[in-house]
Design a protein around this ligand. Structure first.
Ligand code: A2P
Length: 284
């Protein structure tokens, strides 16, 4: 079974989910979710910005699974800021997803104005419309700023994390705050990434698993939540098969040494990028 990770509010999140970032058409979105659910995934991570919420909703409906069995995450894009705007955008995401409650809503990036957005999310959480609330791409200074002005602490911070960008300091800070670390692009996003690293290859071979499975296992043992994306059936299934082996301390250390501090995504401290991202919306 896929482990459940406890959150600060007493709820739990499945430690493995399917990510659908850059899955930009109905067929791939619905297929990858169908394969994931067949393989035993029960957690799906989307975002308004991905432009695929509607297809995620269709896939969920067509699965016939009971709503209570699923954990669904979406995110508010950076063009949504302010209390009323946030409530409205949440309603629009829910309409596209065809859901009447959400498991997790995240603020996608720490673009200015996130305090009022968070206040709306606190109220939606109190009303029971969202079971858990959190942020994405927030670093320590941004979390401190948010928490100093609001009442409810984020339950999750979803951040870029992979062997070449390990987030060791932020991971320790999140742990000290009882905020669950969730890793996006856990495999490194596909280009020049650790999937081709010789150290990973050696560890994978020793366990008779693939490099992707070895990397995902490293995240699991760091007690992160992971949301690998794939539009290939065998990879979706393979990425789920990471709970029947374990890396030993030496192997964990060998991967720890691979950190290059090299992001694949935007820098959350890049205010010019954050401001620009507030001027456009969903990719769809
Ligand atoms: P694809 O969707 O074509 O399978 P991340 O989740 O870190 O962003 O990484 C996703 C990238 O890694 C995608 O390009 C995905 O490609 C690829 N990928 C996902 N699972 C695997 C796997 N098990 N083996 C190799 N590549 C994978």
């Amino acid at each position: 079974d896929i482990p459940q990770i406890p959150l600060a509010n007493g709820n739990t999140i499945p430690q493995l989910g399917l990510g659908v970032f850059q899955v930009d058409n109905a067929e791939d979105t619905k297929n990858s979710i169908k394969w994931a659910l067949a393989a035993g995934y029960r957690h799906i991570d989307t975002a308004a910005y991905y432009g695929n919420e509607q297809w995620v909703g269709e896939a969920i409906k067509e699965s016939g699974l009971d709503r209570s069995e699923l954990f669904v995450t979406t995110k508010l894009w950076n063009n949504v800021r302010g209390y009323d705007e946030t409530k409205q955008a949440f309603g629009e995401s829910m309409a596209r997803l065809g859901l009447d409650y959400l498991d997790l809503l995240l603020i996608h990036w720490p673009a200015p104005g996130y305090v009022d957005t968070w206040k709306a999310m606190e109220d939606l959480y109190r009303e029971g419309k969202i079971k858990n609330i959190g942020v994405s791409n927030f670093e320590q200074n941004q979390l401190e700023d948010l928490m100093s002005q609001t009442e409810i602490k984020p339950m999750i911070d979803q951040i870029e994390t992979h062997p070449y960008f390990q987030q060791t300091e932020l991971h320790a800070y999140l742990e000290s705050q009882g905020i669950q670390h969730e890793a996006w692009s856990p495999l490194g996003g596909g280009k020049n990434n650790a999937l081709g690293d010789p150290v990973i290859a050696k560890i994978a071979a020793a366990h008779n698993v693939t490099p992707a499975q070895a990397i995902l296992r490293w995240h699991i043992q760091r007690e992160e939540v992971v949301i690998p994306k794939s539009i290939h059936e065998e990879r979706v299934a393979q990425n789920r098969d990471i709970f029947a082996f374990g890396l030993d301390e030496d192997e964990m250390q060998a991967i720890a040494k691979l950190d290059q501090g090299k992001r694949v995504g935007p820098d959350p401290q890049n205010l010019a990028w954050l401001k620009k991202s507030m001027t456009y919306g969903s990719r769809a």
